[in-house]
Design a protein around this ligand. Sequence first.
Ligand code: IVH
Length: 689
Amino acid sequence: MDRRHAAERILKLRKEIDHHRYLYHVLNRSEISDEALDSLKHELVALEDEFPELVTADSPSQRVAGAVLKGFKKIRHGAAMLSLGDVFSSRELAEWESRIKKLLSRGEELDYFSELKIDGFAISLVYENGVLKSASTRGDGKVGEDVTENIKTIESVPLAIGFRDGMEQDREIRALASLYPRAVRAVKNLGRTVEIRGEVYMAKHTFDALNREQEKRGLPLFANPRNIAAGSVRQLDSKITASRRLDFLAYDIVTNLGQRTHEEEHIIAKLLGFRTDPHAKQCHDLSDVEAFWKHIFSIRDKLPFLIDGVVVQVNENAIFDKLGVVGKAPRGAVAFKFPGREATTIVEDIQVQVGRTGVLTPVAHLRPVDVGGVTVSRATLHNMDEIERLDVRAGDTVIIQRAGDVIPDVVRVLKNLRLKGLKPFHMPRVFCGEPVVRPKGEVLHKILHPDRCALVRRERFYHFVSKNAFDIQGLGPKIVDRLIDEGLVEDPADIFSLEEGDIAPLERFAEKSAENLIRSIREKKKIELPRFLFALGILHVGEETAIDLAGHFGTLEKIRAASESELSSVPNIGGVVAQSLFEWFRKKENEAFLKKLKDSGVHPKEAKVSRKPKKFAGFTFVLTGALRAMTRDEAKRRIRELGGDISGSVSRKTSVVVAGEDPGSKLDDAKRLGVKVASEKEFLSMIGE
Ligand code: IVH
């Protein structure tokens, strides 16, 4: 290729590569696969190798890691990089407001801007004539380290800023432009130098993948995404930084581009091509700020990165500047932190719990402790392997962690605080009068004959009436316990012959609630077949399997009469499940239980047997984030009606990931694996809404 054609091709390739980078790393969308994009980059690098004089600083090829540095150069910040004061409660937040109000003149109105406080590493970017010139760490606030080479490897950092071709066609950008004309003017008239600050971070799923890799190689695990983001930015070998797949979110425009509010800075950053916090929001007053904090607190586990609170700042830049700095923090901003997720406490005892399949789970009974705003008194220890790994004993001081909505976990034992003579825990050999076994090759201990254990029977009872099974309102485990303890029922079939008068006399059981309970029980005598099947608690028969069985056979009688090979010929049902089902229906006590249900008037409705292929047949859906138009259960029902399957995790086999509001890491998984992502709107049109 001659030089002129090469130059043309290079320009086109750069634009195309940058377009896909922007889509993927800033807008979370993708139009082409990673492989296709790599192949474009490959061609670009080859052409630039041939014509080195055509290389420019903003070429995507410049993201490729360079030589190993001997040390970092220093960069003096034009404006100090400050830190933030912390507040931990509404009261402290109000105190902050009254402190700043005292410094304002009468008539100066305050409004705020609230955004996520990302748990990462602050970076300052300087663009000259629109092209990234340098990137530096905070350092001591005045002088930082030059980490330009490393930052260039981060794909969400634009190498060149400004309006992108076609940006005006984007609906969101058009809407922003019409709402914020001053921001548009700022972007159109960029001065020579523009300085932008933001946070470098590692997404949760990247961190998890990295640690899985470390584990595979027998290397030590990284403690948290923040440390590794910081460590990766301060690498002398930018190849290492590149391999860590970091991200960047912009939150501050230091240069005066005519912006009047902090909100406008976010808009400008977005128009310049940065990723910004989509939750960030202008707040009229502190009650708005608190509502924002509460909302973010409730969704924080669904976010793709870690945050440790929200940043609240005075929105008007003129007032923010006037408020000045105290120590190393601006007066006009605070970090409104979340309560910590870890706490230490004492293991008072280790007890064993049995589940409805007879599996034994060791549970740490703790001295009650507040973790992240919730009192915790129990933590699962999972299994014997985990207990041995932690070497946790009754009497130990432990670190408890509450990650998300999941059950609290014991993270670590503080061995230095251990008293002498604490005994290691052993699984009992006998539980509930039954021998305990640990089948070869399995981690879990079980009791040999779960059917004979009264505690297992109770667990099965709770399951039978639970939300996704018979869904009997007002009949939670506590009431079930009382009914059993009073001798009113023995098994779940007995509830259908209960009368109001049987339960009303029970202590604290008001007449009204007795009446309601009996009514909700009776309403469930006619029940959908999948729920009925799921309620039986047959080993390996979850909700999806129950739906598949009902859809294939139509009636309970036909499922009962089916041979093992007929069962295993049902789509999605394998040999293990078929065997479990077949054996369950052959047991005398189960036959008796089914008869008892029938005699009490419980009838599963006949299910529609679907023979003709449905719209979603063979499609697997994964749902993430909240939907506006319907609940998640409703969405699942619609997908199933159309013949689709639902899965809880994304794999290459997933057909579509439906991403609602605040999608979680499943969206990242989908993008990584190149799985189709549908917005709520697209999903609604797929299901014909
Ligand atoms: S504003 C005056 N906004 O928190 C300081 N900081 O504790 C300007 N951080 O060094 C910071 N997310 O590393 C701001 N949305 C956000 C932030 C944020 C994370 C970090 C940043 C800063 C530290 C201050």
